[in-house]
Design a protein around this ligand. Structure first.
Ligand SMILES: O=P(O)(O)OC[C@H]1O[C@H](OP(=O)(O)OP(=O)(O)O)[C@H](O)[C@@H]1O
Ligand SMILES: Nc1ncnc2[nH]cnc12
Length: 172
C-alpha cells in the first residue's frame, strides 16, 4: 500500500478528549495490515543508521517502536506512564495539549553511551517527546532522532524540540 493511502486512514475526532481538541485517531491505520506495514517501513527508513535501540512512548508509541525494532533487529525501550514499572531509573513531568502527564524509564535498561531513536504516533506540543528525550539523556544515552507518524504543526512541537532531528511521515 502507498504511504499516503495508509496515512489517509487516520481518523479525526472533534472535541476529544475535551472540547476544542481535534483528536487524531490512528486506530483504523493500526487495524489495517498493509497500512500498518507501510507506516512501520517508512518510520524504519527514518532511523539514523547509528541508532542501536528504539524507544516507544506508551501507549501508541509502543506499537510503532515494536514494529520498527522487530523489522530492524533492534531492541525496544518502553517509556511508560507512571505507576507501571517495578523499578524506575527516572521520571519527567510535562504538559500535553490536554492536561499533564509523566513518563518513566525502567531501571537498568538503558546503558550510558547507547544511541536511541524515539518513536511516537503524534507530535503535538512536543512535551511527550521532549520529556522522553530528557529521560533517556539523564540515563546517559544519546537521542539520535525523533520519528512520528503525524505532526500537528499548529502546536509547534518541532520548535520545542529545537536542535533535534525530527522526522514526520505527514505534517498537518
Ligand atoms: O506532543 P505532545 O503534546 O506531548 O502530544 C503527543 C502525545 O499525546 C498522545 O499521547 P497520550 O498522552 O494521549 O497517550 P496514549 O498514547 O497513551 O493514548 C500521543 O500518543 C503522543 O504521545
Ligand atoms: N490532537 C491530538 N490527537 C492525537 N493525539 C494527540 N496528542 C496530543 N494532541 C493530540
Amino acid at each position: 500500500m502507498k504511504l499516503d493511502e495508509a496515512l489517509d486512514l487516520i481518523a479525526e475526532v472533534p472535541d476529544f478528549p475535551e472540547p476544542g481538541v481535534l483528536f487524531r485517531d490512528l486506530s483504523p491505520l493500526f487495524a489495517d495490515g498493509p497500512a500498518f506495514a507501510a507506516v512501520a517501513d517508512a518510520l524504519a527508513d527514518t532511523l539514523d543508521p547509528a541508532a542501536d535501540l528504539v524507544a516507544g512512548v506508551e501507549a501508541r508509541g509502543f506499537l510503532l517502536a515494536a514494529a520498527v525494532g522487530y523489522s530492524r533487529g533492534m531492541g525496544v525501550v518502553l517509556v511508560r506512564k507512571p505507576g507501571k514499572l517495578p523499578s524506575v531509573a527516572g521520571r519527567v513531568d510535562y504538559s500535553l495539549e490536554y492536561g499533564t502527564a509523566s513518563v518513566e524509564l525502567p531501571a537498568d535498561v538503558v546503558k550510558p553511551g547507547q544511541r536511541i531513536a524515539v518513536m511516537d504516533d503524534v507530535l503535538a506540543t512536543g512535551g511527550t517527546v521532549a520529556a522522553t528525550a530528557k529521560l533517556l539523556e539523564d540515563a546517559g544515552a544519546t537521542v539520535t532522532g525523533v520519528s512520528v507518524v503525524l505532526e500537528l504543526a499548529a502546536l509547534s512541537g518541532r520548535s520545542t524540540l529545537d536542535g533535534r532531528s525530527v522526522h514526520a511521515l505527514r505534517t498537518v
